[in-house]
Design a protein around this ligand. Structure first.
Ligand SMILES: [Zn+2]
Length: 250
């Protein structure tokens, strides 16, 4: 049973008790409290509030995984792939389905070079978390098909846009055999424009098993390459091995 269900049941029981005791105001306070907790659960993957949101891998070894969201992007993904190839480092790419359709060659390259394509919905709508199960299923299924058509296999992992989730997220993902993945460290690389500051932020939070969230979509190639290059140097300095997400989570 999810934490959300447990909270809802406890709140309903407490509300019933409050009403039975003739204190309806207490019931409103309980509902307000539940609303706040639900809001936090929507926004923070690490709470695993609505279902099993995987945000960390096994921590027995000094290993981490790099994940890149919102590509493939012809302006920046090729330069990133060149760097990862040169450094012999694997990564996971949470791809937007419509970009996969538009960038078939690039998606094939991601897969051919040993990286792991993931599902990041077809349209990456800001309203994804308001979609009902039918529409969310369409978003995920069309992306699964788009990736499978160019990479040979459909993704095993799904990351919801902005990491927002609700009960449908886990219901639909489970139906499609997808595991829902969040992150341990959010780099904020699309907001922080200086690569060194992004790297400092990530390095300050490093721990074995960390899943690091970066972006290859909507980010200048030069900034992305400088960030990843510097991050890889720091990881090496600190004795971390970069492994592919599926290996870190195995
Ligand atoms: Zn995204």
């Amino acid at each position: 049973m999810s934490r959300y269900r447990i909270c809802a049941i406890v709140a309903a029981l407490l509300c019933a008790l409050a009403v039975a005791l003739g204190k309806p105001a207490l019931c409103w306070a309980i509902i307000a409290g539940l609303t706040i907790v639900v809001g936090l659960g929507v926004a923070f993957p690490q709470m695993s509030f609505f279902g099993p949101f995987i945000c960390q891998g096994q921590n027995a070894r000094r290993q981490i995984a790099l994940t890149f969201d919102d590509g493939p992007d012809a302006r920046s993904t090729p330069a990133l792939l060149d760097l990862l190839h040169h450094e012999a480092v694997p990564a996971a790419f949470f791809c937007i389905g419509k970009r996969v359709v538009a960038e078939r060659e690039l998606t094939t390259r991601i897969s051919r070079e040993g990286h792991l394509p993931g599902n990041h919905t077809f349209n990456h709508s800001n309203l994804t978390n308001f979609f009902g199960p039918g529409r969310l299923r369409d978003e995920l299924q069309t992306t699964q098909a788009a990736v499978a058509a160019v990479a040979g296999t459909a993704p095993a992992f799904f990351r919801p846009p902005m990491g927002l989730s609700n009960p449908f997220t886990f219901y639909v993902a489970k139906k499609l055999g997808l595991k829902v993945v969040g992150w341990t460290i959010r780099s904020l690389d699309t907001r922080i424009t200086e690569p060194e500051r992004v790297v400092q932020r990530v390095v300050a939070r490093l721990a074995p098993g960390a899943v690091i969230l970066l972006h290859d979509g909507n980010i200048p190639a030069e900034r992305l390459v400088r960030t990843v290059k510097s991050l890889l140097a720091k990881l090496r300095e600190q004795g971390y091995e970069v492994v592919r997400l599926d290996k870190l989570l195995a």
